[in-house]
Design a protein around this ligand. Structure first.
Ligand code: ADP
Length: 542
């Protein structure tokens, strides 16, 4: 081999904030915190304060590879911790506060987080889990002053930072070192930790900045409507630094009124998020007869975006929708931009493609296989399980022994996405079903197994099956089927009450149907596919 003669520079997350700090002190980061206060900062200040966060963590004894958690909204302090934690070489573990406290306890213990940055809004979560998470040595409340709390070892972020001098520069570490950790819901059992390396974050961020990715560039003003605790905010906190784009962080208020206000006042050109959010924004725009003239493009994904949403956004508001598919395991996995050839097709043909879940994006190789693991044709009609691989696709989960999500064959290792899809010759994918047993509501997972266990825990229910069915607002909502003991009458409220202590209230089924028998597959599993098909016309009462 004759080697290329390039410089040996590691791909590190710190290089993103270094670049932005050096060149974009004039580019704003506008943030609203959980008290509703607005802050106007810039990339240079974010860099300086992130260096301070690194210094403070170092003084707390945090070393390379140690896990540091955040339970926080999208604001400037959360952004500073993103860079301060990873810059030092520690691992940024973003925790989804919508999980049940038992699950949060489980993942913090699994990750062995040393420090937790927690928004004052989530103090009660921290207080209730603190006795059960012994690895946590410090709670840093993301506020000016420490609110009254029962937590030991708690400190207010701003007071804590004042005790330190920033580190002079970021350490150079190996690009394969872990940078972020984000847990994804297990279909059964416990959540699985997706650990991304620095190299992976930089590469996927680059892909996000390409024209076929989210086209994040320095000309954009970006509203981050994806929570930063969800798949690293789809890499947008990293991409906006790489590009030097203006970033608008809305804090906890993701109401359509607040989002429209941010778009209008900050001349937002691009935003991203799950369909549910944009459905409510469109309804609000229609009801109040407002426009969002600065907004040119939206990346919508996480669940299937209805075509009517895309049509309305484009026809009535001039916003192009890039419909993307992705997973925690790789962040963005497909691209919604039209190719040159598609741009020349009639509008209706283009819209047909737009309704699909994007096209294979360079860097995430996609493949469809049947039950026997044989490739199915890319003919746009034959479904198969979607497999993925690539330099920023998770190759394994953090500290997980029985990993059935990866398969190895003569082609190498592939991630089983659990999505059933069709793919055409141009790489357009359509998600037609889900092999994994979960329900996705408003971009958040609901475990069907958790619902079933809660239902059969009630003495009048002998068997239960939960499936996700399409819902106009939430994408999917759970429908619960029960087989009742003896010849009892169905009393939905009674079942819901019995389930309530075991399930977060937003996860409770929207409807319950009593059936005589739950269908099973040849291997004895509940035949959810059959149930979904049979009840596909179910009408939600709300
Ligand atoms: P995210 O919600 O950010 O995409 P998750 O890892 O929580 O990441 O969920 C990934 C799953 O979400 C996919 O495997 C798929 O089931 C579903 N999903 C993501 N994007 C789409 C889409 N455009 N259409 C249909 N389902 C999608």
């Amino acid at each position: 081999m004759i080697q290329g003669l390039n410089m040996d520079r590691q791909l590190l997350v710190s290089s993103l904030i270094e670049y932005a700090g050096r060149n974009h002190s004039g580019t704003e980061v506008v943030s609203t915190d959980s008290t509703g206060r607005e802050y106007r900062t810039n990339w240079s200040e974010v860099r300086s304060r992130a260096l301070l966060v690194s210094s403070a963590l170092q003084s707390e004894g945090v070393n390379i590879g140690d896990r540091v958690a955040t339970i926080a909204w999208n604001d400037h302090r959360h952004l500073e911790t993103y860079y301060g934690i990873t810059g030092l070489g520690a691992v940024l573990h973003t925790v989804n506060p919508r999980l049940r406290v038992q699950q949060i306890t489980w993942i913090i213990n699994h990750a062995s987080d040393k420090i937790v940055f927690v928004d004052a809004d989530f103090l009660s979560i921290a207080e209730s889990i603190a006795p059960d998470v012994p690895s946590v040595q410090r709670w840093v409340v993301l506020s000016d002053e420490l609110p009254s709390t029962s937590l030991d070892n708690a400190v207010a972020y701003e007071q804590w930072l004042r005790e330190f001098e920033p580190i002079s520069q970021w350490p150079i570490i190996d690009e394969w070192s872990a940078a972020t950790l984000c847990y994804t819901s297990g279909t059964t059992g416990n959540p699985k930790g997706v650990m991304q390396s620095h190299r992976s974050i930089v590469l996927q961020t680059w892909a996000t900045c390409t024209g076929d990715g989210h086209d994040v560039n320095s000309g954009q003003s970006i509203l981050l409507a994806v929570p930063m605790f969800h798949v690293n905010g789809w890499a947008i906190p990293f991409a906006s630094a790489m590009a030097g784009a203006k970033l608008v962080l809305p804090g906890p208020d993701l109401s359509p009124e607040a989002l429209v206000r941010h778009i209008q006042s900050e001349n937002v050109t691009f935003s991203a998020g799950v369909p549910t959010i944009w459905l409510s924004v469109v309804q609000h725009l229609q009801a109040t007869n407002q426009q969002v003239p600065s907004l040119r493009r939206l990346a919508v994904g996480g669940s299937a975006a209805p075509r009517s949403l895309m049509d309305t956004l484009e026809d009535d508001y001039g916003v192009f929708v890039s419909h993307v598919w992705g997973m925690t395991e790789m962040t963005q996995g497909s691209a919604g931009r039209f190719t040159n050839r598609v741009q020349e097709l009639p509008r209706d043909e283009q819209r047909r493609r737009q309704a699909m879940a994007g096209r294979e994006l360079y860097g995430v190789e996609l493949r469809l296989v049947d039950d026997k693991g044989e490739d199915v044709p890319r003919d746009g009609t034959t479904p198969g399980e979607l497999l993925a691989r690539g330099p920023w696709v998770a190759g394994a989960y953090f500290d997980l022994k029985d990993d059935s999500t990866h398969i190895a064959d003569s082609e190498g290792t592939w991630l089983r996405t659990g999505d059933v899809a069709t793919m055409d010759s141009e790489g357009y994918i359509s998600i037609v079903d889900r092999a994994k047993d979960v329900i996705k509501s408003g971009g958040e997972w609901i475990s069907s197994i958790e619902l079933e266990n809660a239902a059969v825990g009630f003495e009048k229910v002998s068997e239960a099956a939960a499936v996700g069915l399409p819902h106009d607002r939430w994408g999917e909502r759970p429908l619960l089927f029960v087989v009742l003991e003896g010849n009892q009458e169905l009393n939905k409220d009674e079942i819901l009450e019995a389930m309530r202590p075991h399930v977060a209230s937003w996860c409770l089924p929207d409807d319950i149907l009593a059936i005589d028998e739950i269908p099973h597959t040849g291997t004895g599993k509940i035949d959810k596919k059959l149930l979904r098909e049979r009840f596909s016309n179910h009408k939600w009462s709300t």
